[in-house]
Design a protein. Structure first.
Length: 460
């Protein structure tokens, strides 16, 4: 079963990448040179190249730009809408917008450096060997449906909001509306030594194989210490680090491992953003492990020494580790901050999710601090409705609330039933959590995870 899972993952990654680049090759064609013709008094005709604004000096070393390149995009009479990010927020936006606005009125360009999206909620179960990648991979490029929707697989490096330009490695794109749905990054490089350590964070956005690597590393463990580091909130899926700790504790205990410890270093004063009821349940279950799980609130990772497998905390404590799972500081990507559109995250009016400064720029999902699947999908839908109204189209059933409901893993078949509801008009959140028991809730959770890729036309 383990070998099959690895083989499946390799097949999925290879097959999807091939499929994605095949679509890309037949889709957008970069218009390498944009020219204009001028008639001189001597009746000699010359051709000059229209140059894009120069790349800012502080960004020139980060991404290899070609400023003379423009990507041909959009047709006359259509609004050009650029979506950066092919995760749930971006895909939900596209689906919702095309239900409100006639397809012939818009040209949508979805930009994502990846050709597939792997379910974030699945990572806790994958890290515990409870499921593989089967059924939780959505193909971003399958959303391509010219002339209404095109997909561009490229890295974004800078946005020029004053001139409505998005710069990618393949060229510059002009837009009438822009949705930033990039998700967040985890800045391991901000912690000395962490980027050079075998950090098996299930939150890693560069490769989803770390969840499997964490599973195998903890399966080999006969004794020792696992350290889980949690950054300042908001970060992606608040309860996930605690779920990982609980599930690993139960798995090792059932395997007969006795001499192990799981240390949670949490930069926040209390566990898991959300209702106090959930926090109390989490703390109660930690306390019932008889010291196998240690929780250190208000303490995070200051530096890591991979050579000695030790770390120093923000309180000056030294810890030895055998397995490391540190979630780096969470924030928007560097280029988004450098473009002046974000500080830590993109700041928006959450009634419309429009940028507080630019009326033609919106943000949904993790990029503006919403950190769960339901909120990502819901905020994408609200952005679609906001842009539709701006274009003169009123949604028949406007979104009034955004919700996220699921079951958080504990151990011994206990779960936290959590329901979060965000009121779009008031900007207020209501949250309810309760302790439930029974294997049926695991089945409900697995169904919810598999459903997270339902937005994509092609899934694996």
């Amino acid at each position: 079963m383990r070998g099959t899972r690895r083989e499946f993952l390799g097949a999925v990654v290879g097959g999807v990448i091939g499929y994605g680049f095949g679509l890309l090759a037949g889709s957008l064609k970069p218009n390498v040179v944009v020219t204009k013709t001028e008639t001189q008094t001597t009746t000699v005709t010359t051709t000059t190249t229209a140059q894009a604004p120069a790349t800012p000096a502080h960004l020139q070393t980060k991404v290899a730009y070609n400023d003379a390149r423009f990507i041909k995009f959009g047709e006359p009479g259509r609004k050009r809408i650029v979506v950066i990010g092919g995760g749930p927020a971006g895909v939900s936006f596209i689906n919702q917008l095309l239900q409100i606005v006639p397809k012939e009125k818009v040209s949508i360009l979805l930009i994502d450096k990846n050709v597939y999206w792997v379910s974030g909620p699945a990572q806790t179960e994958i890290a515990e060997g409870e499921m593989g990648y089967e059924g939780v991979v959505g193909v971003i490029n399958s959303l391509s449906s010219p002339p209404t929707v095109d997909v561009l697989n490229s890295q974004v490096g800078w946005i020029d909001p004053d001139n409505r330009l998005v710069y990618t490695e393949l060229g510059a794109v002009e837009y009438d509306y822009l949705l930033i749905a990039t998700g967040m990054v985890f800045a391991d490089w901000e912690i000395p030594g962490l980027a050079y350590s075998p950090n098996l964070s299930i939150y890693a956005v560069t490769t989803y194989s770390r969840a499997l690597t964490y599973y195998y590393a903890t399966e080999r463990l006969k004794s020792g210490t696992i350290i889980i580091g949690i950054p300042q909130a908001p970060y992606k899926c608040g309860p996930a680090p605690f779920e990982t700790a609980f599930m690993t504790y139960e798995r090792l205990r059932k395997r007969g491992v006795e001499n192990f410890k799981i240390i949670i270093l949490d930069a926040n004063p209390r566990p898991a953003p959300g209702p106090d009821t959930r926090r109390k349940i989490i703390l109660d279950f930690i306390n019932n492990t008889n010291g196998a799980i240690e929780y250190h609130p208000g303490e995070y990772v200051k530096a890591v020494d991979p050579a000695t497998k030790t770390l120093e905390s923000t309180k000056g404590e030294k810890y030895k580790w055998d397995v490391l799972m540190i979630i780096g500081p969470a924030r928007a990507p560097d280029w988004l901050i450098a473009s002046g559109l974000a500080k830590r995250f993109v700041t928006v009016d959450r009634r419309t999710f429009r940028h507080i400064k630019y009326n033609d720029i919106y943000s949904a999902g993790d990029a503006q601090g919403f950190t769960n699947l339901g909120y990502a999908v819901g905020s994408g839908a609200v952005v679609a409705e906001s842009i539709a109204r701006d274009m003169g189209y009123e949604p028949q059933l406007p979104t009034k609330t955004i919700s996220n409901e699921n079951y958080n893993n504990l151990y011994d078949n206990y779960f936290i039933h959590i329901k979060l509801v965000f009121n779009v008009d008031t900007g207020k959140e209501q949250a309810v959590a309760e302790l439930v028991h029974g294997s049926m809730y695991k089945n409900i959770r697995l169904g919810w995870i598999r459903g997270s890729t339902s937005l994509y036309p092609i899934r694996f």
